[in-house]
Structure formats: structure tokens, C-alpha cells
Design a protein around this ligand. Structure first.
Ligand code: NAP
Length: 289
């Protein structure tokens, strides 16, 4: 009987993660996720979808959100088949004023509170040179940044009560700039700025809420691969692995995740050797004017 490659990859991921932490800490982490009340945004596809499946395998109670209701329904069904205690969905457009709060209210009502708020969604944005579309930048800020702020605030009291965790999925492009993604990178810098400040405030208030900011490199989701195909040879890392690392980071209440590991090195050296960094960045992409 053959083992399908996805199951193999999942177990390899779980095994490497376990090897990186003591067994008792791993057991505590797994135990803490059983029955945990989780809201994951941008969970119809990509890393968010993979996070929903991991939380389901851990036996969590999950609410997932994105815009496409039909796709969310299918993801929720799969979550139930994987072992979720609950898997509910709500369609929400994070580019509107009211939907971010609506999604949090739904999760609070259906789950009776929240232990994890995982902010992960992003609006689509072109992978091209900046051509002056100011309205797109405004809209993307609303989807990728303002809605995160709204949702975090809306969930804060519940997270405080539950000693819960706020997890923000960001990018290396929130720490260093790169061509073709000016609107996207702006929203990620904004996230790092806002939630970096909030991290200090929560610590100074001795808040019960932990805040984790996740810095990701290139991940092999369909949307990312579609953009960079033929433009760069940078390696892409598996979404299922990234998703598990994000969950563990939140569950162990760590301040930061860098995935893959070299994103931390890139972030460290970018200011020491700016000429080298600029050269490397500009020559990572194929561009024919
Ligand atoms: P993705 O596959 O493009 O998924 C984006 C998710 O957001 C989808 O579920 C999408 O579902 C939802 N979404 C889009 N517009 C929305 C809107 N207006 N309102 C509500 N939901 C909306 O993204 P990903 O590649 O998995 O990335 C996930 C996270 O990882 C993002 O924060 C991203 O910045 C970060 N990241 C990714 C990479 C990478 O290479 N993939 C690298 C660094 C960081 P609907 O279309 O159904 O709404």
C-alpha cells in the first residue's frame, strides 16, 4: 500500500518541527490546540487553507473566512473530516468597512470566545512596476492592513480573557523592499510597524495576549507561483510547512517567526551591506524594459 506524497510531506513536517522542540513542549502544544477556538482569515486557499487543515488535525474549533463562500464550505467540510471539533465559515470582504468586525463577531458568537486570531488574508495585487494606480494602493491598504487593525481590536477583550494569541502573517517584504510589489510591500511594512508597536504596548500593560509576527519568504501557493513564474528562480517553500510553523509560533507564544530560516539572515544583513543587498535584489528578477 503506497503513502500519498502529501501525507508523507505532512509527517516529515511534523517530525522536523518535533525535533526542533523538546517532546514535552510539543505534547503541551498539541494538547493546548485541542478544542482551541480559532479564527483564520484568508482560509479559502493558500497558507490560510493549510492552517485550517492543521488546526483541524489538532482538534481545534475553527471559523474560517474569505470572500468565496462555496470554497469556504468545501474547506470547512474537509476540516471536519480531518478532526476539527467545529468548522464554520463566514464570507467577508475585508475591503469593506463592516465585514472585518462582522467576521470577528460571528466567531465570538459561534465559538463563545477566541483563543487564536490568525490574520492572514491579502487582496490580489499585480506583480509589476508601479504605474501610478493610487486607488489600488488605498484599497490594498484597507484589505491588507486596516482590516487587520479592526479585527485585532474587536477580538482583543476576548483574547485577554482567554489568555489567547494574536498571530499576524507578514512577509520578508515587510522588512525589506523589492521591485514589482510596491503596493503589497507597503501594506506589510504598515503591519510590521503597527503590530510591532502593539507588541510593546501589550508587554508594558502585562497583557495576557501574546502577539506573534510571522515573516515569510517565497511560499509555493498558487497565487504566488503564478506571479513569479518565469520572473525569478528564487526557491519557494511548501505552504503546508509554513502553515504549521505559523501555528506552532502562535501556540508557543513566540514574538517572531522567520520562515524559511534564511529570511532572518537576509533581514539582519540588509543594512550592513546595502550595495550587496540591492545588487542581489535587483538581479533576482528577470526584467526586459
Ligand atoms: P493567497 O493564496 O493569495 O490567499 C489569499 C486569501 O485571502 C484567500 O483565501 C482569499 O480568498 C483571501 N482574500 C483575498 N481578497 C480578500 C478580501 N478582499 N477579503 C477577504 N479575503 C480576501 O495568499 P497566500 O500566498 O496563501 O498568502 C497568505 C499570507 O502569507 C499573506 O498574508 C501573505 O502576505 C503571506 N505571505 C505569502 C508569501 C507567498 O509567497 N505565498 C510570502 C510571504 C508572505 P477569496 O479570494 O476567497 O477572498
Amino acid at each position: 500500500m503506497g503513502i500519498d506524497p502529501l501525507t508523507l510531506l505532512l509527517w516529515a513536517t511534523v517530525l522536523t518541527t518535533m525535533l526542533q522542540m523538546p517532546v514535552c513542549q510539543w505534547q503541551n502544544t498539541v494538547e493546548s490546540l485541542k478544542g482551541a477556538r480559532v479564527l483564520v482569515t484568508g482560509a479559502s486557499t493558500g497558507i490560510g487553507e493549510q492552517m485550517a487543515y492543521h488546526y483541524a488535525r489538532f482538534g481545534a474549533q475553527i471559523v474560517i473566512t474569505a470572500r468565496r463562500e462555496k470554497v469556504l464550505e468545501q474547506v470547512a467540510e474537509k476540516c471536519m473530516s480531518l478532526g476539527a471539533q467545529k468548522a464554520l465559515y463566514i464570507s467577508a470582504d475585508m475591503g469593506t468597512d463592516s465585514d472585518p468586525a462582522k467576521a470577528v463577531d460571528f466567531a465570538l458568537e459561534k465559538l463563545g470566545g477566541l483563543d487564536y486570531l490568525v490574520l492572514n488574508h491579502i487582496g490580489p495585487s499585480p506583480f509589476t512596476m508601479w504605474k501610478g494606480d493610487v486607488e489600488h494602493v488605498k484599497w490594498l491598504m484597507k484589505v491588507n492592513f486596516f482590516s487587520y487593525v479592526q479585527m485585532a481590536w474587536k477580538a482583543m477583550d476576548s483574547l485577554e480573557q482567554s489568555k489567547g494569541s494574536l498571530v499576524v502573517v507578514s512577509s520578508l517584504l515587510g522588512k525589506m523592499t523589492s521591485p514589482f510589489v510596491a503596493p503589497y510591500t507597503s501594506t506589510k511594512f504598515a503591519l510590521n510597524g503597527f503590530f510591532g508597536a502593539l507588541y510593546h504596548e501589550l508587554a508594558m500593560k502585562k497583557s495576557n495576549v501574546s502577539l506573534s509576527i510571522c515573516t515569510l519568504g517565497l511560499i509555493d501557493t498558487d497565487s504566488a507561483m503564478e506571479k513569479v513564474r518565469g520572473v525569478t528562480d528564487l526557491p519557494a517553500y511548501p505552504a503546508t510547512d509554513a502553515a504549521l510553523k505559523i501555528i506552532i509560533t502562535g501556540a508557543t507564544r513566540q514574538q517572531e517567526l522567520f520562515y524559511p530560516w534564511f529570511t532572518q539572515i537576509a533581514n539582519l544583513i540588509k543594512d550592513w551591506f546595502p550595495f550587496v543587498t540591492n545588487y542581489a535584489i535587483q538581479n533576482s528578477y528577470k526584467y526586459n524594459p
